[in-house]
Design a protein around this ligand. Sequence first.
Ligand code: SF4
Ligand code: SF4
Length: 159
Amino acid sequence: MKPAKDVIDRSGLGKRFWEKKPLDKLSQKEWEALCDGCGKCCLNKLEDEESGEVALTRVACRLLDDESCRCCQYPIRHQFVPECIVLKPDNLDTHAYWMPETCAYRLLWQGNPLPEWHPLLTGTPDSVHEAGVSVRGWTVSEFEISEDEWEDHIIEEPT
Ligand code: SF4
Ligand code: SF4
């Protein structure tokens, strides 16, 4: 079967560039290429105000496509979801605590290697879904579940 087309342009990048440069020295293209397309950062979370503990739910942002695991309006998403975070090297310190455990940005920020199923290593975005670490096929939209019911949809992160 032909590999799926990658919506992220990972062409022409240096071999294992993420191991050779610090995150704040990456070009915009290299930075974008780090995203594995798992979709897990687009799931709603619940944060305990006292303990700071973050629980993941299967309730997805209204713009997440559950099949491709991508934002269906990425370039203009802030028109619909103004609170969507623009992750950058200089705000990773603030956000890493709630990012998924397998998120490439979080892993590199922690000094860990990329997982073997990462598209930069496999050459195909399919490997993320095949490894069972994406949200494909098991989310529910926030249109269907009111916020006071999110607690009933808490899940363990697939890793
Ligand atoms: S969790 Fe990280 S790697 Fe996965 S889609 Fe979000 S930004 Fe990309
Ligand atoms: S707006 Fe798009 S990128 Fe932001 S959380 Fe929603 S689906 Fe994800």
